[in-house]
Design a protein around this ligand. Structure first.
Ligand SMILES: Cc1cc2nc3c(=O)[nH]c(=O)nc-3n(C[C@H](O)[C@H](O)[C@H](O)COP(=O)(O)OP(=O)(O)OC[C@H]3O[C@@H](n4cnc5c(N)ncnc54)[C@H](O)[C@@H]3O)c2cc1C
Length: 436
């Protein structure tokens, strides 16, 4: 049996671990086109600010890879022939597979304005992008950042940390409006301004101007112009669907897979950012662009590829991130609909967050210690925790387990309810009962 994995990200690595837990003898080959192999992509933000050395981005030792006993080809898969069970590699070589995993991730939605190809226009997809940004930041004095979501802020903070003056453009009237509420957006914006970032609202980039093939400034839709040396953009991501489309696999916004992470071809599986996974609990197929679901999907796909039937049961998405220096956890459904700055999903994002939840909001705290709860009829369906993180894990467990919050529901919805205390007491009681 030959298992082939396309993509050396976390989904691909987790699949190999799962295959090896079932099948010690089969041949496993991974094909990846990133020259740096497997590394922590969320860690790129901390590498940009200088808080992490690039060596810290690589979570595995050579020995750990050797134990998994797989072949690695640094190459690009250019075509899949499903009927023949073969892959075309770098436009030439052919490789046969018995079971195939497509774990090729997602990539930044390109900026499509005149001047977008000039030197000094950057994105943050890969380690090489981060290295390029750091090189440019040594010479650059002023940068314009375009886009909403987490990555745009990571670019902003990385550039600031390297001494670059940053102008942040928002097309709408507040930051990440489809996930954060107004108070949360304003809190992040206030902190950015305090750090020295200039925010521009209703600012739509229409042209990047250049001199000697290098960025020299920008022009906005309303005619405003600005001088700058760099333009960094993060306007959303797109699952890489080219391979699947060309081989007639079923795709929607991602590669469509059932709860076993299997595509419409029974020998081909997909996992991670590229997959649109069916969730048997809600009956919907959704995109996540989060590290933990990618790892979990990769693992479940690997088990199924090796013949051990297992369903992927999606847990409510959970992400701990830093927004303008403010530790923020987002759990479950918390959204507010569309955001003009982000097309589709953003990095470290989940479609579930942006559902309009049929829920009442309970809120507590001010500025940096803030909790927002989305309260359903009997359960909590989402939460945002900013600042003090004591309650983020309890809230994740309460939401993921669908704990019946009836005993505290009315109290939570009282004006000025002590939400943090109510949750802490409920957690203590629920945990004791759940353990019985
Ligand atoms: C800057 C940044 C910040 C992030 N922050 C967070 C965060 O805070 N929290 C969070 O949960 N998630 C975060 N994420 C998202 C998280 O990293 C992804 O969800 C996760 O890496 C997805 O894993 P994957 O294995 O599906 O795909 P990827 O990690 O994208 O790996 C896919 C690999 O396949 C390779 N590939 C593509 N096409 C081919 C081909 N044809 N042939 C061979 N190889 C190919 C790609 O080069 C890539 O190496 C962040 C991502 C980035 C970039």
């Amino acid at each position: 049996m030959r298992y082939v994995i396309i993509g050396s990200g976390v989904a691909g690595i987790a699949a190999i671990e799962a295959i090896r837990s079932v099948d010690k003898a089969g041949e496993v080959v991974m094909i990846g086109d990133d020259p740096h192999g497997f590394y922590s992509r969320p860690g790129l933000a901390y590498y940009l600010t200088g808080e992490l050395h690039d060596k810290a981005l690589f979570p595995r030792s050579r020995e750990a890879y050797e134990q998994l006993n797989f072949g690695f080809l640094r190459a690009r898969v250019t075509h899949i022939s499903c009927a023949e069970h073969t892959l075309e590699i770098d436009g030439a070589k052919r490789l046969k597979y018995d079971r195939l995993l497509i774990a090729v991730g997602a990539q930044a939605v390109p900026l499509e304005v005149p001047g977008a190809k000039l030197e000094g226009v950057v994105k943050l997809d890969h380690l090489n992008d981060a290295k390029h940004i750091l090189k440019l930041a040594k010479r650059g004095k002023t940068a314009v950042v375009v886009g909403g979501g987490i990555t745009a802020l990571e670019l902003t903070e990385g550039l600031l940390a390297r001494g670059v003056t940053v102008h942040y453009l928002l097309r709408g009237d507040r930051y990440w409006s489809n996930v954060l509420d107004e108070r949360e957006s304003r809190s992040v914006e206030g902190r950015l301004q305090a750090e020295g970032v200039t925010l521009h609202y209703h600012a739509e980039l229409v042209e990047i101007k250049g001199r000697n093939n290098h960025v020299s400034g920008i022009r906005l839709l309303d005619g405003r112009t600005m001088k700058c040396d760099m333009v960094a953009y993060a306007i959303g991501i797109r699952p890489r669907l080219e391979l699947a489309r060309a081989s007639d696999l079923a795709v929607d916004r991602g590669i469509l897979v059932n709860e076993h992470l299997q595509t419409n071809d029974p020998d081909i599986f997909a996992a991670g950012d590229v997959a649109q996974a069916y969730d048997p609990l809600t009956g919907r197929s959704v995109l996540d662009s989060l590290w933990t679901p990618a790892r979990e999907q990769g693992y479940v796909a690997g088990l199924n590829m090796a013949g051990k039937k297992k369903a992927y049961l999606k847990s409510p998405p959970f992400n701990v991130t830093r927004l303008a220096g403010l530790t923020t956890t987002i759990i479950g459904a918390v959204g507010h609909g569309r955001d003009e700055d982000v097309l589709g999903v953003a990095r470290g994002d989940s479609e579930t967050w942006r559902q309009l939840p049929d829920a009442i909001v309970a809120q507590t705290g001010f500025d940096v210690n803030h909790i927002r709860l989305l309260v359903g009829e009997k359960t909590l369906i989402g939460a945002v925790v900013m600042g003090d993180q004591t309650l983020s894990t309890p809230l994740q467990k309460i939401i993921a387990n669908g704990a019946d919050i009836s005993p505290i529901r009315n109290h939570l919805l009282q004006p000025d309810a002590p939400i943090a205390d109510l949750i802490a007491d409920f957690w203590t009681m629920w945990r004791r009962e759940a353990a019985l």
